[in-house]
Design a protein around this ligand. Structure first.
Ligand SMILES: [Zn+2]
Length: 122
């Protein structure tokens, strides 16, 4: 059993850390699903911004910082309604030690196979 992915996306998926533009600063925002009477009441942390500041001449607040692509929309992960940003934010910087001292979410990995849809008979 393998996970079949389109060949055209291989360079997006089959990568190492050095292949992507790396952020050094991340902002999280605390948000709540509380804008309407029928909101679900979820509360938690969402991505506010993922920045590359090194080599751009300033901190994340500097307009020279590069805002890297990340899902920073304000949509409730439980019910899909718009979230209210509480104004509670936290800034994180890249750690020198990138070793994991705890397990992130547990998941099974399957081998990846790339399928070229432009080749007939595959
Ligand atoms: Zn919600």
């Amino acid at each position: 059993m393998s996970l079949k992915l389109p060949m055209k996306f291989r360079e997006l998926v089959d990568i190492e850390l050095s292949d992507v533009e790396q952020p050094d600063t991340v902002w999280l925002a605390n948000a709540a699903c509380a804008l309407t009477e029928d909101a679900c009441g979820w509360s938690g942390w969402i991505l506010d911004g993922v920045f590359k500041t090194k080599g751009s001449g300033g901190g994340a607040e500097n307009s020279a910082a590069t805002n890297l692509p990340s899902p920073d929309d304000q949509i409730c992960p439980r019910c899909g309604k718009a979230l209210f940003r509480t104004g509670v934010d936290l800034k994180f910087s890249t750690a020198d030690d990138q070793s994991r001292t705890f397990e992130l979410s547990a998941y099974e990995t399957e081998p990846i196979e790339f399928i070229d849809a432009t080749v007939k008979g595959k």
